[in-house]
Ligand binder design. Structure first.
Ligand code: HPA
Length: 272
């Protein structure tokens, strides 16, 4: 039997076929993963043609964290060259849930198997760079993995030089030149970092820290998709202001910025 852990790519293929069956769309063009607090930003994309639970597809675990959805939507978006089919994941599985790496990247693998050549990964993060403000979106220019966990197994020596596609970053910044670009650190969590760890990460060249995105970016890129990462700074990282970190505030900051983020995505997605 094919299951997520014994054959992740075949399971993603079956999940992609199920999406085609549910939506009646042979393929999708662009995928969007909405992280914590980003879920209401998806509403700016208009009315989806279809909405269904991830649990209708093989390989997706039940969502476990408050504020992290477990729902997939399909949208028809009007692009310059016709209608674009967008697949939007409301929520994701994180490494800190302890289910291993496979469920973490199953959504993006499914999306690429469903035809998506562009994968947009959004997340909530702590701002390490002291110039960043809460509620500010930042485009990912590069990343540092502090988990060391890769979704790739075997001699799959993928080049990551242009992991966060320069072509796409240019399109996004043409829409909004005020957007900053930064280096994102993947921290396993679920505990937030200590102030000493944030100091170390800043010294290493990091601007942002969060608990997602990096494995999905690698998995999508290794299957040939182009990746865009956008972080929403929901708090100053530990020790930056002396304030304590709190999950509810992270979600609330995401919700407060959802309008601006949704509008940006609505303008950019059809161009990708
Ligand atoms: N650290 C790690 N992950 C996060 C943070 C943070 O400060 N804020 C939101 N996600």
């Amino acid at each position: 039997m094919t299951d997520l852990y014994s054959n992740p790519l075949a399971t993603a293929e079956i999940a992609a076929e199920k999406i085609a069956e549910i939506t009646g769309k042979k393929s999708h063009h662009v995928a969007l993963v909405m992280g914590s607090g980003w879920i209401s930003a998806a509403d700016a994309l208009g009315v989806p043609t279809h909405e269904f639970s991830v649990t209708e597809l093989p390989g997706f675990p039940e969502p476990t964290v408050a504020g992290h959805g477990g729902v997939i939507r399909s949208y028809n978006l009007q692009g310059p060259d016709g209608v674009i089919h967008a697949l939007v994941f409301l929520g994701r599985t994180h490494l800190y849930e302890g289910k291993g790496i496979e469920p973490v990247v199953h959504g993006v693998r499914t999306a690429v198997k469903a035809g998506c050549q562009v994968v947009v990964l959004t997340n909530a993060c702590g701002g390490i760079n002291v110039e960043y403000r809460v509620g500010q979106p930042v485009i990912l220019r590069d990343h540092i993995s502090m988990t060391g966990v890769s979704p790739l197994i075997g001699a799959d020596f993928v080049d990551l030089t242009d992991l966060y596609s320069k072509r796409i970053r240019e399109i996004v910044r043409a829409e909004d030149p005020s957007l900053a670009e930064g280096v994102y650190v993947h921290w396993r969590g679920p505990a937030y970092e200590t102030p000493a760890e944030i100091k170390m990460l800043r010294t290493m060249g990091a601007d942002l820290v969060g608990m997602s995105t990096v494995p999905e970016a690698i998995a999508a890129h290794s299957l040939g998709a182009e990746v865009l990462g956008i972080s929403l700074v929901t708090n100053a990282a530990a020790g930056v202001t002396g304030e304590k970190l709190n999950h509810e505030e992270v979600i609330a900051a995401g919700k407060a910025a959802a309008g601006r983020m949704g509008e940006l995505l609505r303008r950019v997605l059809p161009q990708l």
